[in-house]
Design a protein. Structure first.
Length: 462
């Protein structure tokens, strides 16, 4: 069951460095560039995300016969590429950042071009999809009439996720879900004509559902989550997003579309898939967003891609990948405020029980509520990074509640592991884990090694 991504591809270039002075020629910062990263953007970023998570993915697009087009092909290593010729220069977007702050963006070859032709091979690739993502970036591919005919015919047979663009065409009728952000949705609703003035996200979703004749509309609202409205619903439903600390939102919509495809392909209904996809997008941003993606320089140099799911920052997708391949998902949880030898021994033992280990990590707010205002000693991002540095830990899932039950319900591990200090008593999460056929186990507990003891000792020293 292959995921097919259809849409426009561009070359994204990030120039990063520090700005410590102004130019003598004009009052503008001088950025001393210390790093350059290139990657496939647009539909190419969606396809890359899926391929790096281990999913079979085909990218259907058009590319220019130029240096940027050659670079894009190299950065799409690991993706099955079915590409026509655009006949125009490949679009390049170059972002300059000073520290964590964007300074300027240069666009080359990004002007609107005529609708490109599609080849029979491109159409065949779409027809063989198990799920389709249309990642429209306004370059014209989604407006090709032959392609639209195929997509309209498939809409009643396979899930189609349509990520629209203000400069692109409307979705074909009948797609499973259209995923505009609130800005795109508001603009489209206003363009719907007289009497269609935009209002709340719920009202906008209602206007667009009628206009686009899709099965559903999911309007994303950044840190506020999203609203989902399906045909036949009496009201839109809110899809909340977890609180995360995120700087650059670039790629969040691509991550959402990719995750929706995975969860719909796995058989989840749309409300569940939307809730999981919103959380996946938040996890993606919390882990650093596009800046934390593996550098495609290795792919361009011909090195093999990482094994499916290994070291991924997407715990839900890792869990699904492992289960799909017949493996066992093991999870454990805790604050891991000061990691000590007891933690390492317990985590190593837990990893030996299955084919991957996912750590459910209490957020900073959760730790403060459980341990007091002086904790945590180490912030959640650093704690997650330390855990991921261990060979035995495959992914980290940060949760904000006082207990891991909500995270477990999303993750649904085969085995939930706690330290041996629970030996002889039933784990608090046992009923929940057993409800989907999972098991609860304990691993050896190592006395005289505790975070609280270390924290008290550090307090005395200070």
């Amino acid at each position: 069951m292959r995921i097919v991504v259809v849409g426009d591809v561009m070359l994204d270039v990030d120039l990063s460095g520090e700005a410590t002075r102004l130019s003598p020629d004009a009052p503008v910062p001088v950025v001393d560039v210390s790093g350059v990263r290139r990657r496939a953007g647009g539909a190419g970023l969606v396809a890359r995300m899926l391929a790096q998570d281990g999913w079979p993915v085909t990218l259907v697009t058009v590319l220019g016969n130029d240096d940027a087009g050659s670079q894009l092909r190299a950065h799409l290593a690991g993706v099955r590429l079915v590409a026509g010729t655009s006949g125009y220069p490949s679009p390049v977007k170059t972002r300059v950042r000073a520290g964590s702050h964007p300074v300027v963006r240069f666009d080359q070859g990004c002007e609107k071009t005529p609708v490109p032709d599609v080849s029979p091979a491109m159409l065949r690739a779409v027809e063989h999809a198990g799920v389709v993502i249309v990642a429209d970036y306004g370059r014209g591919l989604a407006a090709n009439p032959q392609l639209r005919d195929v997509l309209a015919r498939l809409a009643g047979e396979v899930p189609i996720i349509w990520d629209p663009h203000p400069s692109g065409p409307e979705p074909v009728p009948g797609v499973a879900v259209v995923t505009p952000n609130i800005s795109e949705a508001t603009k489209a609703a206003i363009q719907a004509g007289p009497g269609s003035a935009a209002g709340s996200a719920d009202a906008v979703a209602e206007i667009l559902l009628k206009r686009w004749r899709s099965q559903a509309v999911l309007v994303t609202k950044g840190e506020e989550g999203a609203v989902l409205l399906r045909q036949g619903d009496t009201a839109a439903r809110a899809v909340p997003a977890p609180r995360v600390e995120a700087g650059d939102p670039c790629g969040a919509g691509d991550r959402l579309a990719a995750s929706l495809a995975v969860h719909l392909l796995a058989g989840r209904d749309l409300p569940d898939a939307a809730a999981l996809a919103v959380h996946d997008a938040a996890d993606f941003l919390a882990a650093g967003g596009v800046s934390a993606l593996p550098d495609t320089a290795d792919a361009a140099a011909g090195h093999s891609a990482p094994a499916a799911g290994r070291r991924t920052t997407e715990p839900l997708l890792l869990a699904r990948s492992v289960r799909e391949s017949g493996g066992k998902v093991v999870a454990t949880g805790g604050c891991f405020d000061l990691i000590h030898a007891g933690h390492i021994r317990s985590l190593t033992a837990a990893r030996e029980l299955g084919d991957c280990l996912i750590v459910c990590l209490n957020s900073d707010d959760s730790v403060r509520r459980l341990k007091g205002p002086e904790r945590p000693i180490i912030g959640q991002h650093d704690r997650a990074e330390l855990l991921l540095a261990m060979e035995c830990v495959d992914a980290v899932m940060v949760f904000d509640e006082d207990t891991p039950e909500a995270a477990l319900d999303r993750l649904r591990p085969d085995i939930w592991v706690k330290g041996g200090d629970y030996k002889g008593s039933r784990l608090p999460e046992a009923d929940l884990v057993e409800s989907w056929g999972g098991r609860c186990l304990t691993v050896p507990f190592h006395p005289a090694r505790s975070t609280t003891g270390l924290a008290d000792a550090l307090a005395k020293v200070s």
